[in-house]
Design a protein around this ligand. Structure first.
Ligand code: 13P
Length: 292
């Protein structure tokens, strides 16, 4: 069934698991992501950036996500990732996205609260969930991440005020993860997450999941992470497989032969991650050294 973020994170809370939120960059990836969730018996969050949503068309993404949820009988949330523009958030909600993220983390704290609150009001009136963010989640290029100052991490006191004043359904926390970190792994600040979780009752969200050590997943789940974003690992897997296949193809061969292996690579990774998110599988990157 087509679900909201609030509904699936509630299930995750009851089962002490986390729900994988996987970034789709094209329509091709979506069916195998959802079939992976079906095979694992888990809900799934499919998220798109604004640019991907515009490339495909908001109503088309919604139609595909809804049809797959119904046909495959999987609980699917369709979430807009990192939106900073209210007009785009409205476009997603009006088209039928069941969840949106307003990312006001770069704004002054008070302005972030005010703007997030306006998004929550628009979304909740239409039955749509909202994820907010405070603190600064790092970015990584080529495996090198710039360390953040202590005050750029999510401060537990700010989290309390933000959640109380905005009414968000989930909160993205800055706890040492970086977007796009795929050549190395980060040291997640578990004690900081624990102190946020002790003070804030709503589901917490980890961004930059590709750069998180799989051996850290249980601690993250035990400390309130109920939405776990993974993007780059899928993108890199899809692209690498596509490069290999297209590089060796004949020009008049059906595209299927080159795209299906890339989709199956995504499916394999999604299944592995969901297994860990449900506490069913063994971590793969234990003891991995940076930049391996
Ligand atoms: P990665 O691409 O680093 O896995 O992060 C995904 C994410 O957090 C999307 O918001």
């Amino acid at each position: 069934m087509y679900k909201t973020l609030k509904e699936v994170t509630q299930t995750a809370e009851e089962l002490n698991m986390t729900i994988g939120a996987f970034n789709a960059h094209n329509l091709e990836m979506m069916p195998e992501m959802i079939r992976a969730a079906k095979e694992m018996g888990s809900p799934i969050i499919i998220q798109t950036s604004i640019d991907t949503a515009k490339y495909i068309g908001y109503p088309v993404v919604v139609a595909v996500a809804r049809a797959l949820a119904d046909n495959e009988m999987v609980d699917v949330v369709l979430h807009l990732d990192h939106a900073k523009d209210f007009d785009e958030i409205k476009a997603a909600i009006d088209a039928g996205y069941s969840s949106v993220m307003f990312d006001g983390s770069a704004l002054p704290f008070k302005e972030n609260i005010a703007k997030t609150k306006a998004v929550v009001s628009y979304a909740h009136n239409r039955g749509v969930s909202v994820e907010g963010e405070i603190g600064t989640i790092g970015g990584t290029e080529e495996g090198i991440s710039v360390p953040l100052d202590e005050e750029m991490y999510t401060q537990p006191g700010d989290a309390v005020q933000f959640v109380k004043e905005t009414g968000v359904d989930a909160l993205a926390v800055a706890i040492g993860t970086n977007h796009g970190q795929f050549k190395s792994k980060t040291d997640v600040k578990i004690p900081l997450l624990r102190s946020i979780h002790e003070k804030v009752a709503i589901p917490l969200v980890v961004h930059g999941g590709t750069g998180v050590k799989e051996e850290d997943y249980p601690e993250l789940i035990n400390n309130g992470i109920r939405k776990f974003n993974v993007g780059t690992e899928l993108l890199v897997g899809w692209t690498q497989e596509a490069i290999d296949c297209f590089g060796a193809t004949e020009v008049n061969k059906s595209l299927r032969h080159n795209i299906i292996p890339a989709n199956m690579k995504v499916k394999e990774t999604v299944k592995h991650k969901i297994g860990l998110f449900m506490n069913l599988a063994e971590p793969m990157n234990v003891g991995r050294t940076p930049d391996e």
